[in-house]
Design a protein. Structure first.
Length: 435
């Protein structure tokens, strides 16, 4: 990813130096395990650890690879330059390239998962704080973009919290899914390497041994991992779209924090645009872009091919770096989001009580009017509000047919806002537990 949408900690996971460091640790731990088994001399295994503080020369490895056309062989050749050819002759014994590549890739994905999980926890904390801050802040709920019935801004934040809490669970499961390693040799039969080597290496690298690998770790694991990240991205877009709507000039129920010196437009000095949430919508598309290629990587020829390799070299870093940046950006956006309760109330009252139509409908049915006739009575008065700018309650109070079923006091009662918020505490308890 370009630096504009990257954060250093996540970028570092995917640096060549980090990759080669992981490759080295896999090889060194494998040598330890083989020495324990008596397969190689103990002094040779110990000699490999002489490189534990080496800063691997990326340019040198690239130079070797230009000749060998093989990245793992190029690395092993460079490693031999540091530990000596005698010690290095037992490095990679019985192993195949995918043992190193796949195990390393999963180590990187696990480390990336840990950052993403921390990101999600920070976002959840921000959403929870804003939910309780605006638990009773009335706003109009919308369906199809049209005024529906009253809700609260706190419930909006709580809804997003619950969604992201599910995503935290998905990220944790995705981390579990991907936390396996394989040191099983060509076609995964352990013919030239003892399964105990795999167990030792995986333990040292924080992984579980893959129950059965071929020459690669099964790619359904990676498909599930990137699918989970895609769902998280869609949830980020879900929140971003809501913020973008709320910041529309005609709505202006909330807006992104506008800092001192910030400019909204090169042409129009008055502009304050929802640039962060629009950016997040775009970043979500980039994350989801990895899902289909990850799914297509599941089907490989026989025990192995490398059709997945070029895909993963791109989507591994790009997707995790992008999602890390997006989660951090969304957390800051939510944390500083400016809320306008007065505008929310004004918007809700724009159509003069129209949003209470269901309460009147239900009251008429409870008073003995058929549902069909009740609907007609309410709708004909509601349409006067839409088409003539009338006041809904005033029209109901002037409708003789309505007054046959309901008293004026009963009609007045149906315009109590508190009716719509009476279960907010119940919903909050379901989402956040007892506070």
């Amino acid at each position: 990813m370009i630096p504009r949408y990257s954060r250093p900690e996540m970028v570092a996971i995917w640096s060549p130096q980090t990759k080669f460091r992981i490759w080295y640790e896999i090889e060194a731990h494998a040598c330890d395990a083989m020495a324990d088994l008596g397969v190689i001399p103990r002094e040779n295994a110990e000699a490999v650890w002489k490189a534990k503080d080496v800063e691997f020369d990326i340019a040198r490895i690239d130079e070797i690879e230009a000749v060998t056309k093989h990245d793992v062989i190029a690395f092993l050749t460079h490693l031999a330059e540091h530990v000596g050819s005698d010690a290095a002759r037992f490095v990679h014994q019985g192993m195949t390239s995918s043992d190193v590549l796949d195990t390393c890739f999963n180590v990187q994905l696990v480390r990336a998962s840990d950052i993403l999980i921390d990101d999600m926890k920070a976002l959840l904390a921000a959403l929870k704080r804003r939910a309780f801050e605006h638990k009773d802040t009335i706003r109009i709920g919308r369906s199809h973009g049209i005024h529906a019935e009253p809700t609260t801004m706190g419930l909006t934040f709580a809804r997003f919290y619950a969604e992201m809490d599910r995503n935290l669970n998905r990220l944790e499961k995705a981390r579990y899914e991907i936390a396996t390693g394989a040191i099983s040799g060509a076609v995964g039969t352990f013919a030239n390497i003892d399964p105990a080597v795999e167990e030792h290496v995986c333990k040292q690298m924080g992984l579980e041994p893959e129950p059965i690998s071929t020459q690669v770790i099964p790619r359904d694991r990676h498909a599930a991992f990137f699918a989970a990240l895609g769902v998280v991205a869609s949830s980020i877009e879900n929140i971003s779209i809501e913020i973008r709507h709320m910041q529309r000039t005609e709505v202006l129920e909330a807006e992104e924090f506008f800092s001192a010196g910030q400019k909204g437009s090169s042409a129009m000095p008055h502009k304050r645009n929802p640039v962060l949430s629009e950016n997040l919508t775009g970043l979500a598309r980039l994350v989801r872009m990895s899902v289909v290629p990850a799914m297509e990587n599941v089907a490989l020829w026989h025990e192995r091919d490398i059709s997945h390799s070029s895909v993963e070299r791109n989507i591994g870093p790009d997707t995790t770096i992008t999602l890390d940046f997006a989660l951090a950006r969304l957390t800051g956006l939510v944390d500083k989001l400016v809320i306008y309760p007065d505008n929310m109330l004004a918007n809700m009252n724009k159509f003069r009580g129209l949003v209470m139509s269901q309460r009147v409908l239900l009251a008429l049915t409870q008073a003995g009017v058929s549902r069909e006739d009740s609907y007609k009575l309410v709708q004909r008065n509601a349409m006067k509000v839409w088409e003539e700018g009338k006041d809904f309650k005033t029209e109901l109070l002037a409708d003789a047919d309505v007054l046959k079923a309901l008293t004026a006091e009963e009609i007045e009662d149906k315009f109590d806002l508190g009716y719509h918020t009476k279960h907010v505490d119940t919903i909050f308890a379901r989402v956040f537990g007892d506070q």
